[in-house]
Design a protein around this ligand. Structure first.
Ligand code: IMP
Length: 202
């Protein structure tokens, strides 16, 4: 990897320490130093994860004026026409995993998708990347790791739920890992190009 000096520092705007622990090893592997910054994520009401992620990033940047990354995710269940989707946070707080299992009782169609949208603001660059993880809703909660709907989500090709996996194993499949990897990889390439231009400037 080319040296990008101290251009590698970036804030990760979240109050969720689980999300941070998932993002940290990915950022490190791409040469970035991430610092968790809670308390700056504005949650607008929208049915688009893109709108939520991009708006939250812009609002956080207005206050912090430092390179930052923000992520918004949701669980889209096929048999429930994509519910809870962009409302996952509210639905988790109100009915939780047990409520979803109840809604899914007697349903044999159990496919679902986790989606993530990552926005990075690192002037002059703005990067928006998406990641998806296809899987199914378990019949009962399993595992005590992770957060949110992890105990009821089984990624395709696995038998364990996310809550039964280590962070590294979850990162092999997860929507967030895919989106973060793509976004930080793109940023790294742009910063390398920027350093080259600056080094070769007359
Ligand atoms: P957020 O708005 O990006 O924090 O995500 C909305 C909600 O979706 C969270 O409160 C979680 O309940 C759920 N969620 C998002 N990503 C995950 C995940 O990786 N595992 C489990 N639940 C998740």
């Amino acid at each position: 990897m080319k040296d990008i000096g101290n251009l590698n520092e970036i804030l990760f705007i979240t109050g969720n320490k689980h999300k941070y622990s998932e993002v940290l090893p990915i950022a490190r592997s791409l040469g970035f130093k991430t610092v968790m910054k809670p308390g700056y994520k504005l949650e607008i009401q929208s049915d688009s994860l893109e709108d939520i992620s991009i708006t939250a990033a812009i609002e956080a940047y207005k206050y912090l004026k430092k390179p930052l990354m923000i992520e918004d995710a949701g669980l889209f269940i096929d048999a429930l026409n994509g519910f809870p989707g962009p409302y996952s946070s509210y639905v988790y707080k109100t009915i939780g995993c047990d409520g979803i299992l109840k809604l899914m009782m007697n349903r044999t169609e159990r496919y679902a998708t986790f989606r993530s949208v990552v926005t990075i603001i690192y002037p002059p660059f703005i990067i928006v990347e998406r990641g998806e993880c296809r899987g199914s809703i378990a019949y009962e909660k399993r595992g005590d790791k992770g957060f949110g709907f992890d105990p009821i989500f089984i990624p395709l090709g696995e038998e364990r739920t996310f809550a039964e996996m280590s962070v590294n194993k979850k990162n092999v499949f997860s929507h967030r890992a895919k989106a973060v990897r793509k976004a930080l990889y793109k940023l790294r390439k742009l910063l390398e190009a920027l350093s080259d231009i600056n080094l070769n400037a007359p």
